[in-house]
Design a protein around this ligand. Structure first.
Ligand code: SAH
Ligand code: SF4
Ligand code: F3S
Length: 470
């Protein structure tokens, strides 16, 4: 294999898939080889795993969840917080026993953690039973890398990559997890460099897909019967930057919303600095876009926001929320929050509490600050002990719990449009999600699965609603 990148050639990767097919069949002693793909982290990784599974299916693999019967195990990893990284190292370490029981097992580690040289090196040094390590820009070259491992019986470690590896390629195979929900990446990377965040370091610069390519994939998903399509990007609100044809995110949304069909649209993640009134107007007047926005504010304090390099202040955030709620009184808001950013004081943390009381989010994703190698915040002074941060964190959870319970209780008596996804095996009730992404259970027959039902909420219990079909 060459170490310099050739211009990406999908046909070439397809040929590697074909070459791998008989090799794997022999290794699996004539039966269909089995792959286990475990995905950590965010939807971006889920989308990458779907491409890897697409390639694996082309190579003749079936899939399993059982480590002991797998011929190939891949962990697609996340580096967002230290805990995520530690967990992966622990789980990779545990694979040593699988390899002992099944010596021809191939083990691979990819994703955001593997993209960082220090981690790739640690795997190379301390986990000799891992055959293949590759970074986020190498997903498209996975067949070539696996082929190298199999043919040359050697370990392959490939992160970083050349400029060409960062250009967008279309037409990669995708094997979705089934169900009624699909993920559609509209942009890659991130240019924001929030001071705490590793994503720009492991996912590269921001690149938007062409609207024609997005629309073609979107139409295909609708035609295949997907009922909920989530548009993905680290900052979807800056979609379109750098494209030849001028287009912004609201325009893209309107273009997709005009595709006829029975489906709904979500998107993640919106950065408040690039959120516009036009975006909220677009959602309010759309046919298919959920009245739900995930709009992470991270901190309610202006000094902390500045240190985080977020480029908005509390007032700008609140003015966006006020406008959005005025346009959509039924709007559901969710957010991400970091507690204990370096130098944050208890008084500053209280500004976060007051903001969540003011906005009344449906739910929150809350994190204690974790220093990430290579980021600016890693080097900032961080005098508050972890136990203290943990107390603040608890206070945040308690505050939100009361708000969420109230918001759920407020939904009793209301009518909701629910996408029914499955039957809960425990209580036999149909189970689906509202536009605001809250779970609702109700009685009904199997024909309702995969359809939208109108449900009247009759009861709210532990963040799960119960209802009756109308
Ligand atoms: N692009 C998205 C966020 C992706 S990461 C956005 O800007 O909103 C998901 C969340 O993880 C972030 O919103 C943040 O709350 C959290 N996070 C990121 N880096 C972190 C760190 N170093 N420590 C703790 N939480 C972090
Ligand atoms: Fe990280 Fe900020 Fe980019 Fe989100 S916008 S991925 S938090 S750098
Ligand atoms: Fe983790 Fe990478 Fe996503 S670091 S949060 S999997 S972009």
């Amino acid at each position: 294999m060459r170490d310099t990148a050739l211009p990406f050639d999908l046909e070439r990767q397809n040929r590697f898939c074909e070459d791998i097919r008989p090799i794997m069949q022999v290794r699996a002693r004539g039966s269909r080889p089995l792959a286990l793909v475990r995905t950590y982290g965010c939807q971006q990784n889920v989308a990458d795993s779907e491409i890897i599974k697409g390639f694996l299916a082309q190579m003749g693999f079936d899939f399993t969840e059982n480590e002991d019967e797998a011929d190939f195990i891949l962990f697609n990893t996340c580096a967002i917080r230290e805990h995520a990284v530690d967990r992966v190292f622990g789980n990779v370490g545990a694979l040593k026993n699988c390899k002992r029981r099944h010596p021809s097992l191939i083990i691979a580690v990819c994703g955001c953690m593997a993209e960082q040289e220090k981690n790739a090196e640690r795997i190379r040094r301390s986990y000799p039973f891992v055959n293949l390590v590759f970074g986020t820009h190498m997903v498209r070259r996975f067949p070539e890398l696996l082929h190298d491992v199999l043919i040359n019986s050697r370990r392959v470690v490939k992160n970083g990559g050349e400029e060409e590896d960062r250009e967008i390629v279309e037409g990669l195979p995708v094997l979705r997890d089934g169900g009624y929900r699909a993920w559609l990446t509209i942009m890659y990377g991130c240019d924001n460099f929030c001071s705490y965040c590793v994503v720009p370091l492991v996912r590269g610069r921001e690149r938007s897909r062409k609207p024609e390519a997005i629309e073609a994939e979107f139409r295909k998903l609708v035609a295949e019967g997907y009922k909920e399509i989530t548009l993905l990007g680290q900052n979807v609100n800056s979609y379109g930057k750098g494209l030849e044809e001028p287009i912004n995110f609201s325009e893209l949304l309107r273009r997709l919303d005009s595709v006829p069909g029975d489906y709904r649209i979500r998107f993640m993640t919106s950065h408040p600095k690039d959120a516009t009134f036009e975006l909220f107007d677009t959602i309010a007047s759309s046919q298919h876009i959920c009245h739900h926005i995930h709009l992470p504010f991270q901190s309610g304090n202006d000094r902390v926001l500045k240190e985080m390099n977020r480029h908005y202040d509390r007032e700008k955030y609140l003015s966006l929320v006020r406008y959005a709620k005025e346009k959509m009184p039924d709007l559901s808001l969710t957010s991400d929050i970091i507690v204990g950013f370096p130098g944050e004081t208890y008084e500053e943390f209280c500004d976060t509490l007051s903001l969540i009381r003011e906005v009344e989010f449906t739910s929150l994703f809350t994190f204690i600050f974790s220093p990430r190698p290579g980021t600016k915040a890693e080097k900032m002074e961080d005098p508050v002990p972890y136990e203290e941060k943990n107390r603040w964190f608890q206070e945040l959870l308690d505050t939100q719990e009361a708000i969420a319970a109230r918001r759920c209780a407020d939904m009793v008596g209301k009518e909701e449009r629910v996408l029914v996804e499955e039957r809960n095996p425990k209580n036999g009730l149909l189970c689906g999600r509202t536009e605001s992404s809250i779970i609702v259970e109700f009685e009904g027959d199997d024909t309702k699965i995969g359809t939208f039902c109108r449900v009247k909420v009759t009861r709210a219990r532990n963040w799960i609603l119960q209802g009756e079909e109308i």
